[in-house]
Design a protein around this ligand. Structure first.
Ligand SMILES: Cc1ncc(COP(=O)(O)O)c(C=O)c1O
Length: 397
């Protein structure tokens, strides 16, 4: 069969692939510690589950407006006002099947042949491939642990060209766990004001921010940018609702309308039942979110300390999301049973085979010196996994 060329231009999501591999090994009875997961290990809170069940019994099982039900849009509007002081109307909101789908709709509605999208690296795996699928080109701004994985205004200025169509900002960030301060966003915002491109603010990890830091997105700190910023968020990470598939965008009416039009010819509405549950997530009690955050922060502190204590390993103390992004490059060039570890892919394969630990090689995020570990697993398993990695590094010659 001759498939369309676009299929070969992208990779299957490497993070989902690693997670699937670890789960398959576990299913075979192998005792694998999986640091690959991109989802909270908690259950969806009971009140939200209940709202979903009620929605089924109340008959919310039919087609709905493509861009989202009014009650969910109103819950999003209230959330944006309460948490961020930002005002939106219903026609500035679009609900899709997850934030990933929301971002896909944005890329399809906005990007075309010849357009450039600026993406800070390390980046979330889907950004570049979504740009490719839309016919655009990614322009990466390289960052490293020495700058806390953050771009500077000067770097941004240098990356902008007449072809720049959009900039993607993701804070707290997957995979690095870094988060920008208000001052840093203000400085970046000043560069944005000098040019004319859309800012895509991926706020999906907004509630998972540590060390007493306060979340802000670029529109909050530079309100003049509101007319050309689209804020992307969702319920997956905050409310442990990854399987429910609800994400949303808040942004300029014209873009939101175009996204909804694109969606009308693909998925139609996001699941009616999940939308009802998401109304409860946003409007209901928020204690479960706070409890998850406390647990994640505890794990973050532990895992960063353990990694930094390993010979040759350095690990940036992440301030958000549920990932750490240690630099393992000191082990590259070493070998096990005569097999040389040359890069992050080799190292991840070695750990999976010899130590039964799954992590995602940094190359998937555009940073081969590093690897991503998710600490959305129990403290007990984190400890076990750290012991195994430490031992595996010692066994390298
Ligand atoms: C940075 C970032 N954005 C968006 C998403 C998509 O989330 P979902 O599609 O589950 O809402 C993810 C999920 O891993 C992510 O890490």
């Amino acid at each position: 069969m001759k498939l369309a060329d676009r299929v070969n231009k992208i990779q299957p999501s490497p993070t989902l692939a690693i997670d699937a591999k670890a789960k398959a090994l576990k299913a075979q009875g192998v005792d694998v510690i999986g640091f690959g997961a991109g989802e909270p290990d908690f259950d969806t809170p009971a009140n939200i589950r209940e709202a979903g069940k009620k929605a089924i019994d109340a008959g919310f099982t039919r087609y709905m407006p493509v861009g989202g039900a009014d009650d969910l849009k109103d819950a999003i509007i209230a959330k944006m006002k309460k948490d961020h002081g930002l005002e939106y109307s219903r026609d500035e909101i679009s609900v899709a099947c997850g934030a990933k789908h929301t971002l896909y709709n944005i890329s399809q509605a906005l990007i075309q042949e010849g357009d450039e999208v600026i993406i800070p690296a390390p980046y979330w795996v889907s950004y570049p491939d979504q740009v490719v699928l839309a016919g655009g080109t990614s322009v990466f701004i390289e960052t490293g642990e020495e700058t806390a994985f953050k771009i500077t205004p000067a770097q941004l200025e240098k990356a902008v060209t007449p072809k720049t169509k959009a900039l993607i900002l993701n804070s707290p960030c997957n995979p690095t766990g870094t988060s920008y301060t208000e001052e840093e966003l203000k400085a970046i915002g000043q560069v944005c004001l000098k040019h004319d491109f859309l800012i895509i603010s991926d706020d999906i990890y907004e509630r998972l921010i540590y060390d007493g830091l306060k979340f802000a997105n670029i529109v909050q700190v530079v309100p003049e940018l509101k007319s050309r910023t689209v804020v992307v968020n969702g319920v997956s990470k905050t409310y442990a609702m990854t399987g429910w598939r609800i994400g949303y965008a808040c942004g300029p009416k014209e873009l939101i309308g175009a996204m909804t039009k694109m969606q009308s010819q693909s998925t139609s509405n996001a699941t009616s039942i999940a939308q009802k549950a998401s109304v409860e997530a946003l409007n209901g009690p928020q204690e479960a979110v706070a409890a998850m955050k406390v647990e994640f922060e505890k794990r973050r502190t532990y895992i960063v300390e353990r990694l930094n204590a390993m010979p040759g390993v350095t690990c940036f103390r992440s301030t958000g999301a549920f990932y750490v992004f240690p630099n393992f490059s000191a082990v590259y060039g070493k070998s096990f049973n005569g097999k040389v570890i040359s890069n992050s892919t080799d190292f991840a394969a070695y750990l999976l085979e010899e130590a039964k630990v799954a992590l995602v090689p940094g190359v998937a995020f555009g940073a081969d010196k590093y690897a991503r570990l998710s600490y959305a697993i129990s403290m007990e398993n984190i400890k076990k996994g750290m012991d195994r990695i430490e031992e595996a590094i010692k066994n390298l010659k």
